[in-house]
Design a binder for this molecule. Sequence first.
Ligand code: PLP
Length: 382
Amino acid sequence: MLYLDNAATTPVRRDVLEAMWPFLTAEFGNPSSHHTVGERAASALADARRTVAEWWGVRASEVVFTSGGTEADNLAVKGIVLARQPRGAHIVSTRIEHEAVLESLLFLERFHDAHVSYVDTDDTGLVTPEALAAVLRDDTVLVSIMLANNEIGTVQDVASLAQVAHGVGAAFHTDAVQAAGWLDLNVASLGVDALSVSGHKLGAPKGIGAAYVRARVGVEPVLHGGGQERGWRSGTENVAGAVGMAAAVRAAENERVSASARVSAVRDRFIAEVLRQVPGALLTGHPTRRLPTIASFCFPGTSGEAVLLELEQRGVVSSSGSACAAGSDEPSHVLTAIGIDPAIAQTAVRFSLASTTTDEEMADVATALAASVATVSGLGSA
Ligand code: PLP
């Protein structure tokens, strides 16, 4: 079986598991405990925090470990808005964000009288600085725009967008969950005030994530309790998870530049092959500004779910565009937001590659896909 759903989740790397193992067994301490067992856990947590801080080029005190990307997004979006203007805040975002951001925004509208303006993207999913400037207000508190989209892979020019947002004094958050391990997450280059990532997208386990929050921006906590993570995120820290995430970050960053170039080339040859072999195939997202890992298409005249089933019978596991909205039959909110007809959006299939994916594998996938699409559209047989 060839697994091409790495945007949904990745397997835990062996070196990550090995790094974590001691902190699940002998070194099991609670980092808040004032004895040597606790201190050893606290020291491992501090090391992991330093690794993440170096990855982003920020202070260790600005790194908050969370339970994953969803919590990191919730903390950044709700936390910054509630810290700055608990009632009636004006916020700007896009309609192609992950649900973790979109639902946090709806919560702020519903319970904190916030008002959200959504900046339109073009038909590739890109937000231009001009489009952002047009919806910003003098009193905009927060702009949240993802670095790379999980369904179509489009990569925003976050540095330019953040500069525009700062022009009106708004803080800028970016969801970097899909970008982690593939794009440069240096905060000074990106110019952002907050950023979120998730461990299980880059070879660490599910249940660990992290947020950057610029010290002078700050957040109101979403989880209240014992005051861990400088009071920004209460709850006994997931020490093994944080250690695993740090190991995954080191591994990914070591080979990021070469892996990104290699996988982008595999992806591009695959996209070209699909467009050549599959009649009517539409590439979704931006042709060049896209994550190395994501090749996403619509196949008008089919059903995305039926194509996925056919592909799985041929040994390929991938997902529809709406994979993250578990169990939903609705057309993807991302695809409809970039102007794709809802009926066409139902025909979406997303392939998300790993650093180990090869040209040979993807050549076979293109052939299997052509046969699957032909079967589903009734033009041929399996
Ligand atoms: N943001 C993006 C862009 C994602 O793709 C995902 C997961 O699919 C999340 C946030 C949520 O991350 P997690 O699964 O760690 O909660």
